[in-house]
Design a protein around this ligand. Structure first.
Ligand code: MN
Length: 228
């Protein structure tokens, strides 16, 4: 057994639907502006420019069903996203082989301190403090592709207190899952345990304490997250 000068942090693992096994998380990659209607609502050109990526921390993933309203912000937005979970990886992965590396999928939220992000954009600074904070990535159980298949279309939506706020279809992704994996693998060495949040459809907006968020993706069911 290795010796540590203090108790080492615990690795992040996620429940797997229908299994006692847990999905061990390596990194969490996120894609920006991957639905045209969301790019437009954020003031950008929806044309197919190269995808861009940012990261959250593995420990930001949270399966508790609760989202504590964070400090240092007055404007936290919900972004419903499909998470793609890898079982293997590599570099320069061809698109045609990309889905062979996918273990499964999950419902996820990319919670964002939008006011901080707007400031950082204006100043040309990185997004970490607006994106990669504690509890910023509520996520459901991992659903193996061997059970649910590979999802290329299907309704993706988010309700706040029963009212639909975000709505789209996975077939509207500007960069499809195999393209995202292939492109990411040109910049990073992907490995089993990596998680990719694939982007959010239009309709992002603020949450307040007491809100109940219900996210739904056709083929993956639904997940409820309470803001407190
Ligand atoms: Mn996002």
């Amino acid at each position: 057994m290795p010796q540590f000068p203090f108790e080492p942090p615990q690795p992040t693992t996620l429940p797997i639907a229908g299994s006692e096994a847990r999905f061990p998380v390596h990194r969490v990659y996120c894609v920006g502006r991957n639905y045209a209607a969301h790019a437009i609502e954020m003031g950008h050109d929806p044309d197919r420019e190269a995808p861009f990526f940012f990261q959250k921390n593995p420990g930001n993933l949270d399966t508790s069903g609760e989202f504590p309203y964070p400090d240092r912000t007055c404007d936290v937005h919900h972004e419903v996203e499909m998470a793609v979970m890898l079982k293997s990886g590599g570099t320069n992965i061809p698109e045609l082989e990309a889905l062979d590396h996918v273990y499964g999928y999950a419902l996820a939220l990319d919670m964002t301190r939008r006011d901080l992000q707007a400031e950082q954009k204006k100043l040309g600074r990185p997004w970490d403090i607006s994106k990669a904070f504690e509890h910023s990535a509520p996520i459901g159980p991992v659903q193996p592709a061997s059970t649910v298949g590979h999802l290329a279309e299907g309704r993706i939506s988010l309700k706040v207190n029963g009212a639909v706020r975000q709505e789209g279809n996975l077939n509207q992704l500007i960069w499809k899952v195999p393209e995202l994996i292939s492109c990411l693998s040109e910049y990073f060495e992907l490995v089993g345990g990596d998680v990719i949040l694939s982007g959010t459809p239009a309709g992002v907006s603020s949450v307040v304490r007491g809100d109940v968020l219900e996210v739904e993706i056709e083929g993956l069911g639904s997940m409820v997250v309470s803001v407190f």
